[in-house]
Design a protein. Structure first.
Length: 87
């Protein structure tokens, strides 16, 4: 069965596709991934994806920031904060 990979699938380092897009500075890809998921209600999947930590304890926002992609890091942290505060 072929199909779109699940956004929550992880590689051997515990990283999702969001980590890789954030690390590579692919802002539009990051936007597409997070905004394709529901961001409201009880346990929104968007928040779950943003909060995932890899095997070293880093989030996708941390990885983006380490690689000089501040806009992506700010987007992810802003969305996380918005959902934690308002939901």
């Amino acid at each position: 069965m072929t199909g779109k990979p699940d956004l929550f699938d992880r590689d051997s380092a515990g990283r999702t596709a969001l980590f890789h897009a954030a690390e590579d500075g692919l802002l539009e890809e990051v936007r597409k991934m997070i905004f394709s998921l529901r961001g409201t209600g009880l346990a929104p999947p968007r928040l779950g994806l943003i909060e995932i930590k890899d095997a070293t304890g880093l989030t996708a926002a941390d990885v983006a920031e380490q690689n000089g992609h501040k806009v992506i890091a700010d987007l992810l942290r802003g969305e996380q904060l918005r959902m934690e505060y308002f939901e």
